[in-house]
Design a protein around this ligand. Structure first.
Ligand code: ADP
Ligand code: ZN
Length: 191
């Protein structure tokens, strides 16, 4: 005989910028809400305050979220009755996010994480690769390469009109910075 099966697992939505990660996360949140599941969504806070925020996609969809300063605030922000935990921009959290997602999934919650799997150099980004390894379900999305129209897995960082260098600081005061979707072949990193 079988045990009664239990709920709880991890889903990861990854890809480069503009690949539709937030769009897909919001779609899953909406569908869970239609199913009358209790959803709690989080994103990393840009500043130091704790506040209500929204997950927003580049094509204008939004979902309510709480902005948190670190991964342990997610654990604190999930109620026992929460069914679904959604986390956007998961690459910005500390490695501790992995254990927290595992714990929530073990408790029976459906955990959906969305985030960049590669940084602007094309290297694995923060905790996302670790989450991909422990997730039950993985969705890797492609954007459209702005150079050739092919499937874009990478994010091109451009500073003052030229490709960013490998060792370029993440924050540069006074520099104009942009990001573009590019495929492997059109992606450039200055040495
Ligand atoms: P992500 O969260 O992965 O950055 P979003 O869900 O915020 O992506 O945005 C996806 C939307 O971005 C697409 O539905 C499309 O409207 C828009 N978009 C803009 N540039 C591109 C591009 N180069 N490739 C694909 N979609 C793009
Ligand atoms: Zn290309």
């Amino acid at each position: 005989t079988f045990l009664v099966h239990r709920e709880g697992w991890i889903e990861v939505i990854c890809g480069g910028m503009f690949s539709g990660k937030s769009e897909e996360l919001i779609r899953r949140i909406r569908r869970a809400q239609i199913a009358k599941l209790r959803v709690k969504a989080f994103k990393p806070a840009i500043d130091d305050r704790y506040h209500r925020e929204a997950i927003a996609s580049h094509n204008g969809l939004v979902a309510d979220a709480e902005a948190v300063r670190n991964a342990s605030e997610i654990l604190a922000g999930v109620a026992p009755e929460t069914d679904v935990v959604a986390i956007d921009e998961v690459q910005f959290f500390e490695p501790e996010i992995v254990e927290i997602c595992q714990k929530l999934a073990d408790q029976g919650k459906r955990v959906i994480c969305a985030g960049l799997d590669q940084d602007f150099r094309g290297q694995p980004f923060g905790p996302t690769p670790l989450l991909l390894a422990v997730a039950e379900y993985v969705t890797k999305l492609q954007a459209i390469c702005v150079r050739c129209g092919g499937p874009a897995s990478r994010t091109q960082r451009i500073i003052n009109g030229r490709p960013a260098a490998v060792d370029e600081p993440v924050i540069q005061v006074g520099a104009s910075e942009q990001y573009e979707a590019r495929c492997r072949h059109c992606h450039e990193v200055l040495k």
